[in-house]
Ligand binder design. Sequence first.
Ligand SMILES: [Zn+2]
Length: 182
Amino acid sequence: MNELELSLKELATNLLKRDILYSRLTHTKQAELIDFAISIGRKQARKCLASGLNPEQPELYLKKYCQLEFKKHPPQIPIYSEFEVKNNKIILYLSEIEEIVQGLEITVDKKRLINLFLLHEFFHFLEYNSIGPVSRMRKITVFKFLFLEIKRGLFSLSEIAAHAFVREFSGDPVVYINANAK
Ligand SMILES: [Zn+2]
């Protein structure tokens, strides 16, 4: 999974490029949206740290707010983790995460890798239960005629913010998940 090797800005740019509304954004707008999403992720991370989150042991903190489930069987679609809004539950798919470990050249601290996924999904929990979806905070006009204007949110902004949230704890994730790192 090469996204672990990218800097946050590179990762954010990749995510925004995959957004269906990407072609409608000017360069200035792209940069502005990325900075916006990153600042939200960072701000939430600092709030969590201030209220007792230990990034090395995130389960203790997360369990106060939502359920955690570690599934051993593979998911129906290829995903590593998800946040189920209706059940208020973070689900991790351990078989998929194990594949990342096998695919990386470094010796991975599995516990820390799992922490990254837990924290990522916890940001989505915060979106639905506290701050609102980041994807809907900035909207782009997709259709305009007379008095009719249709706007759409940018799905990628939620992901960018979630990654920014995680990296506030992990710093450079490749170093963080390296079992030989301090
Ligand atoms: Zn996500």
